[in-house]
Design a protein around this ligand. Sequence first.
Ligand SMILES: Nc1ncnc2c1ncn2[C@@H]1O[C@H](COP(=O)(O)OP(=O)(O)OP(=O)(O)O)[C@@H](O)[C@H]1O
Ligand SMILES: [Mg+2]
Length: 360
Amino acid sequence: MENLDLELKQITKIYPGGTLAVEAFDLQVSRGEFLSFVGPSGCGKTTTLRMIAGLEEITSGQLLIRGIDNTRIKAESRPTATIFQNYALYPHMTVRENIQFGLMVRKLASSEVTRRTNEVIELLDLGDVSNAKENSLSGGQKQRVALARGLVTEPEILLLDEPLGALDANLRRAIQDELKLLQRKLGITFVFVTHAQSEALGMGDRIVVMNSGRVEQIGSSQDIYFNPASPFVAKFIGKNLIFEGKSTDSSKEKATIVGPLGVFEGKSSCKLADGASCIAVVPSEYVKFSKKVTGKKNYIKGHVDQISFVQNLVILYLRTANGMIQKLETHIDKVKGNNLDLGSEITITWKSENSSILRS
Ligand SMILES: Nc1ncnc2c1ncn2[C@@H]1O[C@H](COP(=O)(O)OP(=O)(O)OP(=O)(O)O)[C@@H](O)[C@H]1O
Ligand SMILES: [Mg+2]
């Protein structure tokens, strides 16, 4: 495992008041990986990042950086740098002074301080504002200075806690692209925390989905999106329709459930006990609109309860026979020829191989 940059072994954090913020977190990160952490507010993302940075004591478990035990090493001696959402720039210092501050504290020779500072100013295109102070910088520029301050210390791992949260949507997208390119160019490991799923999925080589202090799933964005490992992931990530039922037939790869709305077959990652409570997860992207039902499984009838159009997307709320509302987001071309007036009945179908059956 010599190419691992970071390893978390059963890392747990219990705050002094007794809050269990992170529980038995296991993770292995390869050198140069871009890892995203995503999860709802309070699930333990910041706590995990702060434990990696050494800003928060680890209650139990072990943290290795490049194979070396860092569990009890002080923050300033770890090869990490952290970028926070609020940038935390010093307002009385210029951009250049802000960037070189961390190097001065480390008592580097002044020629080295100048060389490294010039290098990141160039890298992040901050030459024009190098003598400006925080109050005259735009959001994007402040964000770049914060990045420069982290990178100038030449960390092996850069930890980013919602660094784009304060930016408007357009700037945020532009900086997402920049950040991704920068990470590729530098080849260092990035651990990026966000609670926006599109940001996590778009940026991460792998994504860690967290919930209530625990890891729900770790995988590529395709995996997390189309093969959710738990009901939580199915609800939190993607645009899934979810139908309940009880398992009636299951192998290691496939399962069938029967519920109030019908019979649903899909992929399964294990054999399910007969009668086990399950859900069928159907990504909106795989739903087809059908005039006539041909098979006996994997279809739903519903009435249009609400509809809206966003550019080339149709967002449809369907009221099903048991009175539940299912949200469906689909491309406008896929609904052509269907009557979508409020109250009209439509039938949707999908293939078994595009759906997952999960224990609920
Ligand atoms: N210093 C602290 N003392 C006690 N409890 C804390 C402390 N910091 C965080 N917590 C608790 O630990 C849990 C995890 O918090 P954390 O800040 O890690 O979540 P998060 O996933 O980063 O959330 P957000 O998306 O809102 O930033 C929460 O229940 C929070 O209330
Ligand atoms: Mg946080």
